[in-house]
Design a protein around this ligand. Structure first.
Ligand code: SAM
Length: 284
């Protein structure tokens, strides 16, 4: 049985909640077993937007047909590693001179999901006040109106209530020596996707870790994170972000995700980093 650490990564951090690796995701992903990742969310380095490094391995340096050949390899691998019926997901950014909009493009792997996502939404993420739990949930009504109210907001075809400045870069701004990052994905977007399309303790994957946003948000949300990043400086920043920020806030976030009275608690969470790695082991 091969273990995840056998991946030829330049550097890595593996804990019981996340595993982040420095290297080319096109290579690293091949060591991840099939059907082992529950959900994926990432923002791709699209050609023509921003060059992250001078490396040929960097997708942002591939253009035209070559870009899609490069990306297609990763897309096929993401399909392979994702569990059936889960949602490997991509977020595209398009910019014009007048406005900036991000598009969420969701993909679902065919097949029956052995672990369907059916949990209630337990928090509201976004601008403004969330629904009032007391107002939307009464003792004599078993339906979770709070969750329904949150879902109705998220069901809007356009999310105008994303806090654009709530990014990991923003959260780490107080540390003067942190490297500025050109395009961290908004945490509100990531957290909404995670809440909508994954279960607690699920493994959330990104092949483009950047400074760590998706993995950070996954851990914040009571999931586990798996991420690959090519660029040394971004990986180092992700490593710092993971250790500094999660220690400060994850306890609150995880408490908020604890099941309410009468709800069942997941009992299959891995206890250690080794358990998490074992879960990712390929069948021999
Ligand atoms: C749009 S940024 C992702 C930012 C990330 N969502 C965040 O919030 O920090 C794309 C990232 O992909 C990385 N990248 C490009 N090609 C890569 C490859 N082949 N393997 C791993 N990472 C790669 C770039 O270095 C860059 O950090």
């Amino acid at each position: 049985m091969k273990k995840l650490p056998a991946i030829k990564a330049v550097d890595q951090d593996v804990t019981d909640r996340y595993a982040i690796y420095q290297g080319d995701s096109c290579e690293l992903i091949r060591a991840v077993p099939g059907d082992s990742v529950h959900f994926g969310v990432h923002s791709p380095p699209f050609e023509g937007l921003y060059k992250f490094s001078g490396s040929d391995r960097d997708l942002s340096n591939s253009e035209g047909k070559t870009f899609w050949q490069h990306y297609q390899f990763l897309i096929l691998e993401m399909l392979r590693i994702t569990m059936p019926s889960a949602w490997p997901e991509m977020v595209e950014s398009f910019t014009t001179c007048l406005w900036l909009a991000d598009y969420i493009v969701a993909f679902r792997k065919p097949g029956d999901n052995p672990e369907p996502v059916s949990g209630a939404l337990k928090r509201y993420v976004g601008e403004g006040e969330g629904p009032d739990y007391a107002k939307f949930t009464t003792d004599n009504d078993s339906r979770n109106w709070f969750s329904i109210e949150v879902w109705q907001r998220y069901a809007s075809p356009v999310w105008m209530d994303i806090r654009q400045t709530r990014t990991l870069q923003y959260l780490t701004a107080r540390d003067g020596n942190d490297e500025a990052h050109i395009s961290p994905l908004q945490l509100d977007v990531i957290e909404r996707c995670i809440d909508l399309w994954s279960n607690p303790d699920d493994i959330v994957f990104t092949p483009f870790l950047g400074i760590g946003s998706e993995v950070w948000a996954a851990v914040q949300s009571g999931r586990r994170g798996l991420g690959f990043e090519l660029k040394d400086k971004y990986f180092r920043q992700a490593r710092i972000n993971m250790t500094r920020e999660i220690a400060a806030v994850s306890a609150d976030a995880l408490t908020a995700l604890e099941p309410r009275e009468g709800e069942e608690e997941a009992d299959d969470a891995p206890e250690t980093a080794e358990d998490m790695v074992n879960e990712l082991e390929p069948a021999s």
